[in-house]
Design a protein around this ligand. Structure first.
Ligand SMILES: [Zn+2]
Length: 209
C-alpha cells in the first residue's frame, strides 16, 4: 500500500459499507491477530481511496486493506502479533477436557500407538511452543500423559471461554500460521544453494588458472 500508517490513521472512514453477506468473504477469514470471526469485525470505508478499515473488539486490532485486493495486503494500525503459546498458557483455564477431532499420523502408521485417537476425550494439562506444529498440548488419557497437536482438539464444554479461545486460535492458525519448521527448512535450502553456487564458482576459477 502506498499510504503511510500516519496518513491512514488520519484518514476518515465514514462512507457507507454494503452489508457483508457470507460469501463476500472467505470462510476462514478472521482477525489477523486474535482469530475473531470476520463477521464480528467492525468495517468502515473510505470510498475515494478505496480502502476498508477493520476493527476487532476482541483484541483491539485495527487494520486497513485496499478494496478488491488479495486479503493478504493489509496494514496494521493497532495491535501486534500474538505469541500464541504464551497467550494460551496464560488465558486457558487448566486442566480442561477436550475432544480429539482429527487423527494424527501415528494413529495410522504406528501399530503400537496407544495414545489419544479420534473422538477420545482427554484432559489438557498445559500447552507449549512447538517448532513443527505451533502449539502442542500435554494431555492425559487414562493414567498416562501424551503430547498432542492443539489444533486437533476442541474444548469439550462449548459454553466456556476455553472453547472460544481455542476456536479463535484454530481459525487464526488455519489462515495465518507459518510453521517455524518450514521457515527454517526454506532458510537452510537457500543457504545450501548459496554454498553450492560459491563452490561452483571457486571450482571454475581453479580450472581457469
Ligand atoms: Zn482480534
Amino acid at each position: 500500500m502506498k499510504l503511510s500508517k500516519e496518513k491512514l490513521r488520519k484518514m476518515n472512514f465514514d462512507d457507507t459499507v454494503d452489508p457483508q453477506e457470507p460469501g463476500d468473504y472467505d470462510e476462514e477469514d478472521c482477525c489477523g491477530i486474535c482469530g475473531n470471526k470476520f463477521e464480528n469485525l467492525k468495517i468502515s470505508r473510505n470510498a475515494k481511496e478505496q480502502l476498508y478499515k477493520y476493527e476487532c473488539a476482541n483484541c483491539g486490532a485495527i487494520f486497513v486493506t485496499p478494496e478488491n485486493s488479495a486479503k493478504t495486503e493489509r496494514v496494521l494500525l493497532q495491535g501486534e502479533a500474538r505469541n500464541w503459546p504464551e497467550y494460551l498458557l496464560e488465558t486457558l483455564k487448566f486442566p480442561f477436557n477436550a475432544n480429539i477431532i482429527e487423527s494424527n499420523d501415528r494413529e495410522f502408521f504406528d501399530p503400537d500407538y496407544d495414545g489419544p485417537s479420534l473422538y477420545d476425550t482427554v484432559k489438557v494439562l498445559e500447552v507449549f511452543y512447538s517448532m513443527k506444529y505451533g502449539v502442542e498440548a500435554l494431555v492425559r488419557k487414562s493414567r498416562r500423559t501424551y503430547q498432542q497437536i492443539l489444533c486437533f482438539m476442541e474444548a469439550a464444554d462449548y459454553d466456556t471461554r476455553n472453547y472460544d479461545e481455542l476456536e479463535n486460535y484454530k481459525r487464526w492458525r488455519e489462515k495465518y500460521w507459518l510453521s517455524d519448521f518450514l521457515v527454517a527448512l526454506v532458510e537452510a535450502r537457500k543457504e545450501a544453494k548459496k554454498e553450492a553456487r560459491k563452490e561452483a564458482k571457486e571450482a571454475k576459477l581453479k580450472q581457469e588458472k
